[in-house]
Design a protein around this ligand. Structure first.
Ligand SMILES: [Zn+2]
Length: 213
């Protein structure tokens, strides 16, 4: 099947930057000329990792907010929630020159206090259990490909040692490209789908069809 207009999909990676796995993911994205979006943990943004962050940006990829300490934020006070987000946003802005617009809740745990306190668009995405070490490369690839749809976010991880996800991308990217998908960053996905981010408070997005008009 061929499409006159490309369907859009956003690959996303949580829990970095890491010392080697982030680079492995970037190697594959670069080889296929594809962009992704990286949701960084504030505490992982160390001076030693500034080179991999710069490389992420130089490839046209985007950097977004995954909180400071990767806690279950349902257990935090409103003040603690705000400080987690503000720390990470400030650190990302300092190293990239751009403030994040999107937030992925650690473990995808959310509550009303978080929706009320965090002034960013909440992103989940379609996952493939790639956070579990014994999930095979084949399962990661097949489940991701099976769940792909226009406007979707793909939830993956580039924490240290998760090279099976890097390996799965070698199957995922060509398969989705053959089906007519164009790979975009999360901000580009929302922009090209015409989503007004100011109207989306209280929604946890896995695809842009959930947006309020
Ligand atoms: Zn995470």
């Amino acid at each position: 099947m061929r499409y006159t207009q490309n369907e859009l999909i956003a690959l996303t990676f949580d829990d970095g930057p890491s010392d080697t796995t982030t680079d492995q993911v970037l190697d594959i994205l670069a080889r296929h000329d594809v962009v992704g979006t990286f949701f960084l943990i504030g505490d992982n943004i160390t001076d030693e990792r500034l080179p991999v962050i710069r490389r992420t940006l130089s490839l046209g990829c985007e950097i977004e907010n995954h909180a400071k300490t990767h806690s279950d934020m349902r257990t935090l006070t409103r003040g603690q929630i705000i400080s987690e987000i503000e720390y990470t946003t400030a650190r990302i802005t300092e190293v990239t020159g751009r403030a994040p617009e999107f937030f992925r809740p650690p473990y995808i745990y959310c509550n009303d206090t978080m929706f009320d306190a965090i002034d960013l668009t909440f992103i989940c995405g379609h996952g493939c259990e790639d956070w579990e070490a014994d999930t095979t490369v084949q399962h990661r690839a097949e489940k991701t490909i099976a769940q792909a749809e226009d406007g979707a976010v793909v939830l993956l991880h580039d924490f240290e040692g998760n090279e099976k996800t890097a390996e799965a991308l070698e199957t995922i990217i060509p398969a989705l490209r053959d089906r007519g998908f164009e790979f975009v960053t999360v901000s580009e996905l929302f922009r090209r789908k015409g989503v007004d981010l100011a109207k989306q408070r209280g929604i946890l997005f896995s695809d842009t069809s959930q947006a309020r008009i």
